[in-house]
Design a protein around this ligand. Structure first.
Ligand SMILES: [Zn+2]
Length: 425
């Protein structure tokens, strides 16, 4: 797309312009009458062309199309250390200002949403160009998003929301799942009617593009039980804590598959082949073949091999008599064999359909003291380390403030960009 604008510059009008800027009003608001008054004193006319570099196109060609002469382009690019004319991406926006008598006076390359390189000719008619790299500021506010789960977490976050585009809402759901993964098995525990509310930073780029910043606080209500989480900084490091001030990180994950790796495949829908969960001692996770399987906690591999109906299976012994078992694997991650020490969340193998399995899925078991246990029950009370006593007061005060904000923010209003502003820390 090529946009050409012809602008009038009025000599003698600059003083007024400066005053307007000082008052903080955009220059465009200058009344038309002023321009008319200044009309006769027009000293020059320039043309600003905004264009984008096409795929496979030489930079010089794009510059020429914008009205920059080959000599000017060569001079300007010589001064541009930040521009590699062979590596510059197709789609890069180029803005050129060309004066009718003296030629090109300025070329701007938009290298990223928030980064431009401005090449300015120092003196009219010379080959002296200067380069200036500028970072354009993102603005940040906070919004409350959320809703009631009807089919997926992403859907709940999306419910009635337009604070973020769809792709961003999905990313937000995944980010929330990452924070909650030691407390909730979002792929299985979430049911119709559960609800979620998230207080999140929204960053707006100079061009209006929106991306989510940090999740500041969230409340997920699963089966009538609330899980609260909030971001809390200690010194320069921030991490997530639950409502009681215990770290969200714990000794065990709640699920051996990362939510972001499976929700996109099946969401909350029933697995098309597995259908109703069969009565057996374990939990089946439907997932695409090859999906990474994670160690539920720190431990040592006690078995990695073939075992009857389990097919390829891994067993890990953890502390306190816990053993976890992962069946029907397609294969093991490199280095995984009996005796290997594994850290929580490490990829140990990949989802498959070996043994007695009609479709790719992970068969997962938790045993405590040699007996099968429902992971949801066995892991219910596994929580993280509490904050040090010295931090309690600060935590409690911040929690009161953030959750008041979370509860007060009307999701639908916030989504129209009227969210409560600024939490600072
Ligand atoms: Zn199974």
């Amino acid at each position: 797309m090529t946009v050409t604008r012809t602008l009038l510059v009025a000599a003698g009008c600059l003083g007024i312009g400066a005053a307007v800027i000082a008052l903080g009003r955009p220059v465009e608001e200058r009344p038309a009458a002023e321009v008319l008054t200044a009309g006769p004193r027009v000293s020059s006319r320039w043309r600003t062309t905004v264009d984008t570099l096409r795929k496979g196109e030489a930079l010089s060609v794009a510059l020429q199309r914008a009205g920059v002469s080959p000599l000017e382009a060569a001079d300007a690019l010589r001064a541009a250390s930040a521009i590699d004319s062979r590596r510059i991406r197709a789609g890069t926006q180029i803005t050129a200002r060309v004066e009718p008598d003296s030629g090109t006076s300025e070329i701007i390359f938009q290298l990223a949403i928030d980064r431009i390189v401005r090449l300015t000719r120092s003196n009219v008619g010379t080959s002296d160009w200067t380069e200036k790299e500028e970072l354009l500021p993102w603005s940040t506010d906070t919004v409350v998003v959320g809703g009631v789960v009807t089919s997926t977490l992403t859907g709940a976050i999306a419910a009635g929301a337009d604070a973020f585009p769809e792709r961003v809402r999905t990313e937000l759901a995944y980010a929330l799942a990452d924070i909650l993964e030691y407390r909730v098995d979002l792929s299985r525990d979430l049911q119709k009617g559960d609800s979620v509310r998230v207080l999140v930073e929204r960053q707006v780029a100079p061009n209006g593009m929106v991306r989510p910043g940090n999740i500041i606080a969230a409340r997920l209500t699963v089966d009538g039980r609330s899980v609260e989480t909030m971001r809390f900084a200690q010194g320069t490091r921030a991490s997530y804590y639950d409502g009681e001030g215990k770290s969200m990180r714990a000794a065990f994950l709640r699920a051996p598959l990362a939510f972001r790796r499976i929700s996109s495949v099946f969401g909350l829908r029933r697995h098309p082949i597995l259908g109703v969960t069969r009565a057996h001692q374990g939990t089946d996770y439907a997932a695409a073949a090859g999906t990474p399987v994670r160690a539920l906690g720190d431990g040592r591999v006690i078995f990695a091999g073939w075992k009857g109906g389990y097919g390829r299976v891994i067993e890990i012994r953890h502390t306190n008599g816990y053993v976890t078992r992962y069946g029907h694997l397609k294969g093991f991650a490199s280095g995984i064999k009996a005796g290997t020490s594994v850290a929580i969340s490490r990829t140990i193998g990949f989802v498959g359909a070996t043994g007695l399995a009609t479709a790719p899925h992970l068969h997962f078991e938790v045993l405590v003291g040699g007996k099968h246990r429902d992971p949801r029950v066995a892991l219910r009370n596994v929580t993280g380390e509490p904050l040090a006593a010295a931090q309690r007061a600060e935590f409690v005060a911040l929690k009161a403030r953030l959750f008041a904000q979370l509860d007060a923010g009307q999701p639908t209003l916030a989504m129209r960009g009227e969210g409560v502003r600024g939490t600072g820390d």
